[in-house]
Design a protein around this ligand. Sequence first.
Ligand code: C5P
Length: 228
Amino acid sequence: MTDRVPVIAIDGPTGSGKGTISRSLAHKLGWHLLDSGALYRLVALIAAQKSIALDDQRGLAAAAADMVVNFSLAEDAEQVFLDGTDVTTQLRTEEHAAAASQVALLPLVRAALLLRQRAFAQPPGLVADGRDMGSVVFPDATLKVYLTATPKERALRRYNQLKEKGIDVSLPAVSREIAERDERDANRKVAPLKTAEGAQVLDSTGITPEQVVARVHSWFAGLDQSAS
Ligand code: C5P
């Protein structure tokens, strides 16, 4: 499947800019976008709505398999719908992000989301954003990028993003929350956050999103040329 449809896998820690870069790259290329973090956040949201405990692996895996989700991408802004209801703003809260990183520890939940994620690889191509896109979900991706930035810069970006959305947070709280999520994501047993084999590492500290998109695009264009 992945050898027919080109996939650009963009992995990295929270606040590395993956979301922004993936959305604008998908827009630039006219490709589909997989925001895999949103799937984990949706499972966390359903857990809160239906009072499913965050360690109820079977209950959460069933929710992950059954949820009816739609994404829409206009320009580079994404909207997420659960059962036809727009849940975009709800999903972005730190509460659901923290719960998402807990449900993401569960192997049955990850397994339930695996095929759903692979189904996003449709012509003309897919930009896949997450933690294990290059290592587990699309190991044959055309291009794998590991995007990172210093912890200080990542915390500041996340803080500004949340403020822009009108979410009331403090910078020390965001820094703490990011450090906890990084720790959980990097040290879990299943599909931990790591640099996938063959991934290009890109440190986005001090460079603009436009420059990052241009760099990734030029890597992809270079691959295209060497294949023809
Ligand atoms: O990317 P985002 O911050 O929306 O992801 C929320 C959480 O979902 C992450 O902290 C991580 O624990 C989990 N996640 C994951 N694998 C992915 C994407 C997200 O485990 N591919």
